[in-house]
Ligand binder design. Structure first.
Ligand SMILES: NC(=O)C1=CN([C@@H]2O[C@H](COP(=O)(O)OP(=O)(O)OC[C@H]3O[C@@H](n4cnc5c(N)ncnc54)[C@H](O)[C@@H]3O)[C@@H](O)[C@H]2O)[C@@H](O)CC1
Ligand SMILES: Nc1ncnc2c1ncn2[C@@H]1O[C@H](COP(=O)(O)OP(=O)(O)O)[C@@H](O)[C@H]1O
Length: 287
């Protein structure tokens, strides 16, 4: 038994802005895939910016620069060809949270970028294709550290933790996620109508989006990419991985609830200001 607790608004970290300058709210970097595949990274970047990261940069290969430039305004853009270029870019210590996976691809470039991002020992969210890259490694968890956050859906969870996934019919999802986090040595966010967030330290939270809180319209392409960006944005703002992931998951479902049926992924970041305004007391909103 994990002693998992169910999330509510009162459990969220204070999310109001501190009133300093933009660098006080962190600088999130979302690494993009190649031309024609940049949409997912742009969704993540928008999530990171709307949740309050002070600055957000999309790091894209040369082939994708024009495509990104045509779509981004408040979000900055920087050329980043491969892992070596990312490592060089991360020489700037102000770039304090990374997101890799949405639309990244699973080729050699993606592998090099994942290696460089994890080796930099910054806060890093590994989602989507980055999880597939990780699952293909001989010893996937050896390089991870406690500032990593893995955000698998059911398919990705089964690729990363096949033996745990095999036992899912006989064990609570919270226990499975807790076991996965202990093995990976970092925070694991196992997504779905019930999303479980577990830290390597054993803290385990459940966001139950079923019954009265059901948001089936979240099952649409790109919503997970937005969530990865939201977690990254909160990491950039200085929340620890479990708090960042828990707050992002809760806000993500609330944004979906506030929008209602017909939601597409682009709508989620744009609903965040409204949801953040409703937080009071234990979970303070934007001030
Ligand atoms: N607008 C965009 O540019 C979008 C890009 N996307 C990108 O497309 C790439 C592939 O993403 P996929 O999520 O399709 O990854 P994968 O193709 O790696 O995984 C999907 C496979 O896993 C299986 N699966 C099992 N359980 C599942 C579950 N609970 N949820 C989802 N699939 C489950 C599915 O049947 C499917 O075969 C990623 O780079 C992703 O970021 C998607 O996020 C969709 C939106
Ligand atoms: N039926 C559902 N009810 C509540 N949340 C859901 C449901 N289906 C999917 N979600 C949420 O939507 C997101 C989907 O993410 P993911 O599967 O990675 O899709 P994508 O890769 O297309 O972004 C996750 O946050 C997941 O928890």
């Amino acid at each position: 038994m994990t002693g998992a607790r169910t999330l509510s608004a009162a459990d969220l970290q204070p999310l109001g802005k501190g009133g300093g300058h933009k660098y006080d709210e962190g600088h999130a970097v979302v690494v993009s895939g190649a031309m024609g595949r940049t949409g997912a990274a742009r969704l993540s970047a928008r999530g990171a910016l709307r949740i309050g990261a002070g600055l957000v940069t999309v790091a894209a290969p040369g082939s994708a620069m024009m495509e990104c430039a045509a779509q981004l305004t408040a979000i900055m853009l920087r050329r980043c060809e491969d892992g070596e270029a990312l490592a060089e870019m991360l020489g700037d210590g102000r770039l304090n949270a990374l997101c890799l996976g949405p639309g990244l691809g699973t080729d050699g470039r993606a592998g090099g970028l994942v290696d460089a991002a994890v080796a930099a020992r910054r806060s890093v969210v590994l989602d989507a294709d980055a999880l597939t890259v990780l699952a293909g490694c001989d010893d996937p968890f050896a390089m991870l550290h406690d500032a990593c956050v893995l955000t698998p859906h059911g398919g990705e969870f089964a690729r990363l933790f096949p033996d745990i996934a095999e036992r899912l019919d006989d064990m609570p999802k919270a226990d499975a996620t807790w076991e996965a986090a202990a093995r990976a040595g970092c925070t694991v966010v196992f997504k779905g109508p019930e999303t479980v967030i577990a830290g390597a330290d054993g803290r385990t939270w459940i966001n139950d989006a079923t019954g009265d809180r059901a948001v089936p319209w979240l099952a649409t392409a790109g919503t997970g990419d937005v969530l990865a960006g939201m977690v990254t944005g909160l990491l950039a703002r200085g929340l620890d991985p479990v708090d960042a992931a828990s707050a992002a998951v809760w806000l993500h479902a609330e944004a979906a609830r506030a929008f209602g049926p017909g939601l597409i992924a682009e709508d989620l970041p744009e609903m965040l200001p409204q949801v953040l305004r409703t937080l009071t007391g234990g979970a303070r909103g934007q001030s």
